[in-house]
Write a protein that binds this ligand. Structure first.
Ligand SMILES: Cc1cc2nc3c(=O)[nH]c(=O)nc-3n(C[C@H](O)[C@H](O)[C@H](O)COP(=O)(O)OP(=O)(O)OC[C@H]3O[C@@H](n4cnc5c(N)ncnc54)[C@H](O)[C@@H]3O)c2cc1C
Length: 317
């Protein structure tokens, strides 16, 4: 059984910052994320967005923010990706997590919950499936290709703008109007290597002449057209599922965990921070979540080491 002072459940920006701040206080930490990489919503949903409300940065891309938070972690933090925490059981010395980890305290930072992309609604064979992406880790893999982007929200528009730097882009949406920022759409309309196809729904997909051939049906008419792509990116959004936290015994308000002073839940030793936490007036932004983890970790230090005089400023550690 591996033993830790603190388990951070959720490796979004708030979980990553919590792990780093706990490490600064000398805690041995294990951090879990259900996905195959850390970073949560910024990394998965809007990696190239310039965020302008992170303290001390005029602007920073979401991807860079996550990379900085990740780089700050040392060996004192054990990261377990592809690990969706299912079971948290209280025992004499703290908590047992999934029958594998014994921890003295927990910060739940699961955001909106473990998320999965909404799938492309067309059946296809495995060879065609390989051309379908839901996340992009490195836009360079699309260099010089023809890429179809399906979706009408900010993610679809952001991806279209980003990939238009390296590829020919066809943006396909089922409505005439896009939900994303008008300014992004205006920029896309001016780009020579971007074609916007609306209102179309995908109906069939197969590999033909080493390309992904997709039949599109015009919404509200019988017209069909065939488009060919090297690869496609599906930006239909994500389904998030936070139901598992119910089983851990914490009090909820809707899908969020109720916290009181010091980010404490109703269970001693279990704290919540970031988008999963709720209290009157909470705002779901990253800067707020960072501060919440600092409050929680100072409380955890007092709880785990009551004999120590708590040093609050990093300069004195
Ligand atoms: C399009 C968009 C733009 C935004 N722009 C801004 C902005 O400009 N500025 C700003 O401050 N905020 C912005 N936000 C909000 C910001 O992204 C969130 O407030 C922030 O991501 C919350 O961080 P978190 O770590 O609490 O949760 P998340 O980012 O949701 O991360 C939670 C992590 O927990 C993991 N997880 C969930 N359940 C489990 C489990 N059972 N076991 C293990 N892991 C689990 C998930 O896989 C995920 O990685 C934006 C959000 C969106 C959608």
């Amino acid at each position: 059984m591996e033993e830790f002072d603190l388990a951070v459940i959720g490796g979004g920006p708030i979980g990553l910052f919590a792990a780093g701040y706990a490490q600064l206080h000398g805690l041995k930490v294990v951090l879990f994320d259900s996905l195959d990489e850390v970073g949560g919503q910024p990394q998965m949903l809007y990696p190239f967005k310039q965020i302008m409300d992170i303290p001390a940065y005029n602007e920073i891309t979401a991807k860079e923010l996550i990379s900085n938070l990740r780089k700050a972690l040392t060996k004192q933090v054990t990261i377990k990706v592809n690990h969706r925490v299912n079971e948290v059981i209280k025992n004499e010395t703290g908590f047992n997590i999934d029958h594998q980890f014994q921890v003295r305290s927990i910060i739940i930072a699961t955001g909106n919950g473990a998320f999965n992309p909404k799938k492309f609604p067309v059946k296809m064979n495995p060879a065609a499936e390989q051309r379908v992406h839901y996340f992009v880790k490195d836009p360079a893999i699309f260099k010089g290709q023809t890429i179809g982007i399906f979706g009408g929200g900010d993610s679809a528009l952001d991806w279209a703008l980003e990939l238009a730097n390296v590829a020919k882009v066809k943006l396909i949406h089922r409505r005439q109007e896009f939900r994303g920022l008008e300014s992004s759409l205006t920029r896309l309309k001016k780009m020579k290597n971007v074609e916007i196809l609306t209102p179309f729904l995908p109906k069939e997909a197969k590999i033909s002449n080493n390309q992904l051939q997709i039949t599109l049906k015009e919404v509200g008419s019988q017209e069909v057209r065939t488009e060919r792509f090297d690869q496609i990116l599906v930006a239909y959004g994500f389904r998030a599922d936070n139901r598992v936290v119910k089983n851990w015994g914490v009090n909820l308000s809707g899908a969020r965990i109720k916290v009181g002073a010091e980010m404490k839940t109703n269970l001693d030793g279990i704290y919540a921070a970031g988008d999963v936490a709720t209290y009157p007036g909470r705002v779901p932004i990253i800067g707020v979540g960072f501060g919440e983890t600092q409050i929680a970790i100072n409380a955890i230090m007092r709880e785990l080491f009551p004999e120590k005089t708590l040093t609050i400023h990093s300069t004195s550690m």
